[in-house]
Design a protein around this ligand. Structure first.
Ligand code: PEP
Ligand code: MN
Length: 378
C-alpha cells in the first residue's frame, strides 16, 4: 500500500515497551476498566478487578467524546487523578482518551498510554500532536474507516515523530443492528499483514452487549490480536456510560481465566492473575520446544538442498562446521549460555545433516539411473 512509508510492513514486527509491559510480543496484554471514570471508589474497584484478572493496564475515559451533547462528558482532571491513583494502587499502567490539544497537554506524562478514539481517528491535527508526544498511542479504528484510512492515520502519528502506535480494532458500522457495531476480525490479520504495528481488539464497543464479549475476546486472540481492551464496571447497571456492554468484575475475571488456553493454541501466552504459575511456565517451554523442532526441520530442509548441489565426496566440510560452531559458541556466550552446550549439540546436528545429504544424493542418483536405464541394464 503506497504511502505507508513508516507504518508499512518491515522484516520485523514492532513491539512497544511501556514501563515494563511489552505490547506486540508473545504475551497477550489485557487492558480493562470502565468506559468513563466516575468516582475514586469505582476506579479502585475496577483496578482491583483488572489486577486479579492478570490485566496490565487500567482504562477509563475522563474526556468522553459522546454522540449526544447531553450525555455525560467526563470528569476531566478530577477523573484523571482517580484513574492514575487507582492504577498506582494496583501497580498497573493506565490509558485514557485525549480529544484535543488541551486534553493531551493535561494528561501527558500522567498516564502511560494515550488513546485516540474512533471519532477522532481522522482528526489530523490531533494525530500530528500525538506524533509530537513521547508516549505510546492507542489508535482506534474510525467508525466507518477502511483499513487503509486507519493505517494512514497511524502514518500521521509516525510521520510526526512518534513510533509508538498501537492499532485498535473496535468494530465498524454495518447494516447489522443486533450489535452496536460489527467486530471486523479480518482487520486484525490484514493490518498485521500490511503493517508492523501491534494490533489490539476492543470487543466492548464492537458488540455493545456484554453477552458476547467473552467469545469475541477469544476469537480476537485466535485471529492474532496482541491484546484486548475490555470495559468492566463494578456495577454495570449503574454505569454512566456503556453499562450494557460492560462486564461485571466476576465476568471479567472469569473471561481472563479462559484466555490462557486460547493464547497457547496460537503460540501466545496470557498470564491469568498476573502470576506465572508452574503451568504457565511449562506451556511457555512447550512453545519454545516446538519452535526448536520446527527450526531444526527447516535447517534440515536447507541442508538437503545444499546437498543436492554438492558432489558426494564433498558432503562433509569440516572447516565450515568449525566455523559455524565457533560463531555459535560466541553467540551462546553473549546470551549467557554455556558455549559447551553448542559444542556438544552441534556435532549431532552436523552428523544428521551429512547423513541426510548422503541419503538425498543417493536417492537422486538412483532416480537418475532409473531414468537413464529404464530396463535396469547399464
Ligand atoms: C472508549 O474506548 O471509551 C471509546 C469511546 O471507544 P471508541 O472511540 O472506540 O468509540
Ligand atoms: Mn465506552
Amino acid at each position: 500500500m503506497k504511502d505507508l512509508k513508516l507504518a508499512g510492513l518491515k522484516t520485523e514486527r514492532s513491539t512497544i515497551e511501556v514501563n515494563g509491559v511489552t505490547i506486540g510480543g508473545q504475551e497477550i496484554i489485557l487492558m480493562g476498566g470502565p468506559c468513563a471514570v466516575e468516582s475514586s471508589l469505582q476506579m479502585s474497584q475496577s483496578a482491583e478487578t483488572v489486577k486479579k484478572a492478570g490485566g496490565k493496564i487500567l482504562r477509563g475515559g475522563v474526556f468522553k467524546p459522546r454522540t449526544s451533547p447531553y450525555s455525560f462528558q467526563g470528569l476531566g482532571l478530577e477523573g484523571l487523578n482517580y484513574l492514575v491513583q487507582a492504577a498506582k494502587e494496583q501497580n498497573l499502567l493506565c490509558v485514557t482518551e485525549v480529544v484535543d490539544a488541551a486534553s493531551l497537554e493535561l494528561v501527558a506524562g500522567k498516564v502511560d498510554i494515550l488513546q485516540i478514539g474512533a471519532r477522532n481517528m481522522q482528526n489530523y491535527e490531533l494525530l500530528k500532536l500525538a506524533g509530537k508526544s513521547k508516549q505510546p498511542i492507542i489508535l482506534k479504528r474510525g467508525l466507518s474507516a477502511t483499513i487503509e484510512e486507519w493505517l494512514l492515520a497511524a502514518e500521521y502519528i509516525l510521520a510526526s515523530g512518534n513510533p509508538q502506535v498501537i492499532l485498535c480494532e473496535r468494530g465498524i458500522r454495518t447494516f447489522e443492528p443486533s450489535t452496536r457495531n460489527t467486530l471486523d476480525l479480518s482487520a486484525v490479520g490484514v493490518a498485521k499483514e500490511l503493517s508492523h504495528l501491534p494490533v489490539i481488539v476492543d470487543p466492548s464497543h464492537a458488540a455493545g452487549r456484554r453477552d458476547i464479549i467473552a467469545s469475541l475476546s477469544k476469537a480476537a486472540i485466535a485471529a492474532g490480536a496482541d491484546g484486548l481492551l475490555i470495559e468492566t464496571h463494578p456495577n454495570p447497571d449503574e454505569a454512566v456510560s456503556d453499562g450494557p456492554q460492560s462486564l461485571t468484575p466476576e465476568q471479567f475475571i472469569e473471561l481472563a481465566g479462559q484466555l490462557a488456553v486460547v493464547a497457547q493454541s496460537v503460540k501466545r501466552v496470557f498470564r491469568f492473575g498476573g502470576q506465572e504459575t508452574l503451568g504457565d511456565l511449562r506451556s511457555q517451554i512447550d512453545i519454545v520446544d516446538q519452535s526448536i523442532i520446527e527450526l531444526l526441520a527447516d535447517r534440515m530442509q536447507i541442508v538437503r538442498k545444499i546437498g543436492d548441489q554438492k558432489r558426494l565426496d564433498r558432503v562433509k566440510d569440516t572447516s565450515r562446521q568449525n566455523e559455524i560452531t565457533q560463531r555459535l559458541m560466541n553467540l551462546a556466550a553473549e546470551r549467557q549460555l554455556p558455549p559447551d552446550l553448542v559444542k556438544r549439540i552441534y556435532p549431532l546436528i552436523f552428523e544428521y545433516a551429512v547423513q541426510s545429504q548422503i541419503k538425498s544424493k543417493l536417492a537422486q542418483d538412483q532416480e537418475l539411473e532409473a531414468a537413464l536405464y529404464p530396463l535396469g541394464s547399464k
